[in-house]
Every structure is written in C-alpha cells, then in structure tokens.
Ligand binder design. Sequence first.
Ligand SMILES: CC(C)(COP(=O)(O)OP(=O)(O)OC[C@H]1O[C@@H](n2cnc3c(N)ncnc32)[C@H](O)[C@@H]1OP(=O)(O)O)[C@@H](O)C(=O)NCCC(=O)NCCS
Length: 384
Amino acid sequence: MEGVCVLGAGSTKYGKLADSIADITTQASVAAIKNAGIEPKEVGASYISNVFGVADKQVHIGPVLMSRLGIPDKPSLTIESACGSGSVSFREAYANIAAGFYDCLIATGVEKVTHTGTEWTTTYFAYCSDFFYEGQSGASFPGLFASMARAYLTEFGATEEDFAKVAVKNHDNGALNPKAHMQKRITVDDVMNSAVVASPLKLYDCCPFSDGASSVVLCSEKFAKEHGGDYVKVIGSGRGGSPAALQGRDHMTTIPSTKIASEAAYKMAGVTAKDIDFAEVHDCFTIAEVVDTEDLGFFDKGQGIQAVREERTRLNSDISINPSGGLKSKGHPIGATGIGQVVEMYDQLTGNAGRRSVKDAKLGMTHNFGATGASCAVHIFESA
Ligand SMILES: CC(C)(COP(=O)(O)OP(=O)(O)OC[C@H]1O[C@@H](n2cnc3c(N)ncnc32)[C@H](O)[C@@H]1OP(=O)(O)O)[C@@H](O)C(=O)NCCC(=O)NCCS
C-alpha cells in the first residue's frame, strides 16, 4: 500500500451561513487546494460527504464542485453515512490513494440546514435513526442520547453536573477557535439552568444545528515529498458498525462500532490509546464524549466521567479531547463534521492551531459516527 498523507486543509466558519451549499462547498475546497500549494488540475477526483443537500436544493454536489474548480472531467462521489459521513468519505479517499488509484484527491464535507428551522431539521435528522423502531415513535437524537445518559447516570453514579463539565471544557476550547459556531465560554450553572431538551440533557448538553464545509487534500507520500510543504501522515484507519437501533444493543453505555473501528485503527498504526496526544471525538451530546473516551480506550469503562471531574481531558492535560471545541462548541454540520476533524489534525500537527495548540503533539485521532453510533470510522494521524 502507498503511504497516505494530508497535504492541505480548509474550512468555512461553522454556524448559520448565508451562502448556498454549492458556494460553501467550493469555498472550503478552494481553501484546501490553495493551502496544499497545488493546482486544481492535480486533483484526480473528489469525495463529497453530505446528508441533506435536498434542504438547499442541491444534491449530486460533486460534479457542481468539479465544474466550479475548472476540472469538470474529473470524477466525484457523494457519500452519506448520517453524522459520520465525513469520516467514511475520508476513509474511501484514503483507500483510493493507498490502493494506488490516484496520487491526489480532495475529500470535502458539507451541510446547509439551519435555514429550515428546528422542527424540520429535527425531523429529517431522525430519518438517520432506525426509523421503524426509533424515529417514527418520536425518538429524535436528543431523546436517544438522553436514554444513554440516564443509563450512564444510574450505572456509574455520575451526576448531571459532571456532564455539564464536558460542555464547559468544549466551550472553553471553542472560544479559542475562530471557525467555531459557538465562541462563548459557559459555566456549570449556565448548563444546569439551561432549558431541558430531553431529560437529563439540557440545551448546553447538545450540539447545535450548524451549516459549514470542510475540505482536505489527500495524496501519496511520494507526491507529498516531491511537492514540498507541510503534510501529516495517516497511519491508521478503521471502520465499524453497531445495531442501528439502541434496543438491539447489549449495553446502553457503550458503542460497539467505536470499539471495532478504533481497534482496527490502533492495530494498523501499531500504537495504543496511551500513545495518542489529542483526539477529536464525536461529542454530539455531552454523554457521547464520555462514552467515546471509554470505548476508544483512553479510560476504563465508567472512569470517563472521573477523568472529566479531574479535568484530565482539558487542553494540554493528560489527553486533549476536542481541542477544536468539538461538535458541542465548534458545531456539527453533519456531512462536514468528520472532515472538519481532519482539518483540526492538520492544523494541530503542522503547528497552525493558534491559541488552542496541543503542546508537542505527535499523534492525533479522529472519531466520528453516524446516528447513535450505527456506523463509525476512526483515523490516526502522525506529524511528518
Ligand atoms: C438543542 C436544540 C433543540 C436547540 O434548538 P432551539 O431550541 O430551536 O434553539 P434555537 O436555534 O432557537 O436557539 C435559541 C438560542 O440557543 C442557542 N443554541 C441553540 N442550540 C444550542 C446548543 N446546542 N448549544 C448552545 N446554544 C444553543 C442559539 O444560539 C440561540 O441563542 P440566542 O438566543 O442567543 O441567539 C437543537 O440545537 C438540537 O436539537 N441540537 C441537537 C442536534 C442534533 O441532534 N444533531 C445530531 C446529533 S446525532
């Protein structure tokens, strides 16, 4: 297999954006290509991750992007895997470089939904659940993650204040990220006094609905070396699955796909959880981050919440979790999120993360799943 690298990265700001889905897709892609120091004609193909293009009247975005980049003859493919679309799309791009099909590709993720309003977006997002068992019974994602949170509170003696500390940390990190949707510090009291969305989860336990686009340029190590400039190496890649509906799982406080995907990624990279300096994990709700850090092997089962209490997941502590602000504060434009995490890897490992830099970072991980973890991909990155 060819060694695979990320040669450039670009992103729009996340939040409520006025530009069209086609425009923000193009803006992020142009930024990544420019950052990589290449010409569009050097891009062999594109992978686009997007879930609800229909919301902004543009599906089949790939050829639209390629036309706008001036390379309409180059192929593109749109990939949907709910909130985990970006990581799965990155994996396909990775595999195509590793297999030698292309020397250079772009993977761009995008979502544009905020103009449709909370009711529409909540309903459409629920179509990503196992709709027969969950969505059509009224279980939207806040409700499903609330069930997991309730189980965790009972099983491990955690408190709602403990979950609030995850939100406080991620808002602190997001306040250092100029591209974040929510650049606002909050307190535990703010979280506890915010409106209940699905008990025990409150407004500040939830990620917001966001628009945004992120893009990365992937290439072979040979291409990166010949080209010069900064790059980071992709040293591990894994995917996994879980029963689509929560009722099909043995436990409510673990996500099988995370374990399967991370074990494969660790094995390929030849590293363990202890070697990882920082990770961008899928914190769509505060409970998710706690469960993720256990399933990824950073902490034993039930100990993720103790790590939060002891502030061991803060920026530049034992392991920096979500230095970008995560989905909670940076935002969650669902098709873009997994690619946005790779943008953070590139920025951190090339020394371009500004005030949120993880000191002496050598190894980073991205973890991004779809729905309640029905699909998942994990990647491990190393500074070059
Ligand atoms: C939590 C949620 C219900 C709030 O929606 P809402 O009540 O319609 O909120 P609004 O958009 O009307 O915003 C009201 C205020 O709260 C803020 N806000 C909205 N969502 C927020 C969030 N998740 N965290 C912090 N602040 C938030 C808005 O900025 C706005 O502030 P302002 O009045 O100062 O402008 C919605 O964000 C949500 O469902 N999030 C989860 C999304 C999801 O499920 N994604 C998939 C994950 S698997």
